[in-house]
Write a protein that binds this ligand. Structure first.
Ligand SMILES: NC(=O)NC1=NC(=O)NC1=O
Length: 166
């Protein structure tokens, strides 16, 4: 965790490196870094949320390159993978029945929407994620872009909260 005061004074490249793992959308990272210094953590989180409001389908697809499927323990030492592993911690990967159901659900989702199913996994059990997946399969394409973008915003802000302390 980096203190806000320290984040405020980092060089732009160092500040970018610190928040890059939040989301693979460089324009968002640059906007958050460019708006420093922040008077409080609240103002940082508010600005970050605001900067995410302009995201559309292009940003969603850009960001998904860094998000592993739910239930597939991410491989590699990439910092994104480490965060994904941590966020998916409540998904019991010893439950083979659940793993199969998530694998089938992910495949159905990708066949319908053409992209990886994205959900804020932190604090959700595998069963809760499965139920959410089933619900979202009923969405229209337009509705599902918005639902996936909302999940991306939640994940991104949670990661930023985890990166910068007061
Ligand atoms: N496909 C996903 O939903 N991936 C993820 N959800 C999270 O909360 N972290 C991830 O990497």
């Amino acid at each position: 965790m980096t203190a806000l005061s320290h984040f405020n004074h980092l060089s732009p490249p160092q500040a970018l490196a610190l928040i890059a793992p939040c989301v693979a959308i460089p324009a968002w990272c640059e906007a958050v870094v460019a708006a420093r210094p922040y008077a409080s953590r609240e103002s940082l989180l508010g600005a970050a949320q605001q900067a995410s409001q302009s995201w559309g389908e292009a940003e969603l697809n850009q960001a998904l390159s860094a998000h592993s499927r739910i239930g597939e323990k991410p491989t590699g030492s990439q910092v994104h993978a480490a965060l994904s592993r941590q966020e998916q911690g409540a998904v019991n990967d010893q439950d083979s029945q659940l793993a199969l159901a998530l694998k089938a659900g992910n495949a159905r989702y990708e066949a319908r929407f053409g992209r990886v199913f994205l959900i804020r996994a932190k604090g959700r059990s595998g069963e809760e994620i499965l139920a959410a997946l089933a619900q979202r399969l009923n969405n229209s394409h337009a509705e599902e872009v918005q639902a996936a973008l909302e999940a991306l915003r939640e994940i991104t802000l949670l990661r930023l909260e985890g990166a910068i302390s007061e």
